[in-house]
Design a protein around this ligand. Structure first.
Ligand SMILES: Cc1cc2nc3c(=O)[nH]c(=O)nc-3n(C[C@H](O)[C@H](O)[C@H](O)COP(=O)(O)O)c2cc1C
Length: 226
């Protein structure tokens, strides 16, 4: 797995220890916000919006990182339910990049989750990632249904999606927002807002002035809420 130096530092336990020291000293620490880009296109619409949100959060003093799912080795869930036999994050039968991605996410204070709409829902790459977050569930063999989590989601999240259809229509007619909400829930995050980028022409990935303003507002809100 190719980790950027910044991403690797996330996984460094010293970073967590530093936060704790600063917190105990009453100095506080910058919120760490991770953007997850499920789009296939770097610098595409979703990526551009996630960047805008992260930049606004950084402007408020947050530390920000971005993970492109397309750069990670993520296997499909096998539906074996092995990981569901223990409460909390269960062990997965796969040996891929997923554990390191989840370590990074667990170390973060807030998330930006972005994915485009393909065939009426989030794209396959994001769906594959979502399915693997099942490791946070708890469904022992003797239980008829999954047992609900007992703790409240500790993080905040902003959800971003884009579609060729107008935003108001796609929001209503597609399952993308619901899937991103599921993803936030599985990752222990509560959405505080969403950005839907409708009428997307993939030849032009720039955001409109209104979309930029909304992205900046959400980044600002995420930083101050974290
Ligand atoms: C295979 C495929 C399926 C798509 N399905 C839909 C769809 O069901 N509804 C829609 O509004 N847009 C659909 N689109 C358009 C994409 O949502 C749009 O190009 C995407 O949001 C651009 O995001 P990006 O710039 O991050 O790549 C589809 C595009 C592709 C390539």
């Amino acid at each position: 797995m190719n980790l950027t130096p910044g991403y690797r530092s996330l996984l460094d336990s010293q970073a967590r220890a530093r936060k704790l020291r600063l917190f105990r000293a009453g100095i506080g620490y910058p919120a760490l916000i991770i953007g997850i880009v499920g789009s296939y296109r770097k610098h595409g619409t979703v990526d551009t919006a996630v960047s805008e949100i992260l930049e606004a959060a950084a402007h408020q003093g947050a530390e920000v990182r971005k993970i492109y799912l397309q750069d990670q080795h993520i296997e499909f869930c096998t539906n074996c339910r092995h990981c569901l036999q223990v409460p909390g994050r269960g062990p997965c039968v796969h040996d891929d990049d997923m554990a390191q991605i989840l370590d990074a996410i667990e170390a973060a204070d807030a998330l930006v989750l972005g994915a485009p709409v393909n065939f009426g829902n989030v794209n396959a790459l994001t769906r594959r990632f979502l399915e693997r977050t099942v490791c946070y569930g708890y469904w022992p063999w003797e239980a008829k249904a999954p047992l609900p989590p007992t703790s409240k989601p500790p993080k905040k999240a902003v959800l971003v999606t884009s579609s060729a259809a107008p935003g108001f229509l796609a929001r209503w007619l597609t399952g993308a927002l619901s899937a991103l909400k599921d993803l936030a829930r599985m990752l222990g995050a509560k959405p505080i807002g969403s950005l839907w980028l409708g009428m997307i022409d993939p030849r032009h990935s720039q955001l409109s002035a209104a979309q930029r303003r909304r992205a900046q507002y959400l980044g600002h809100q995420l930083a101050i809420a974290s």
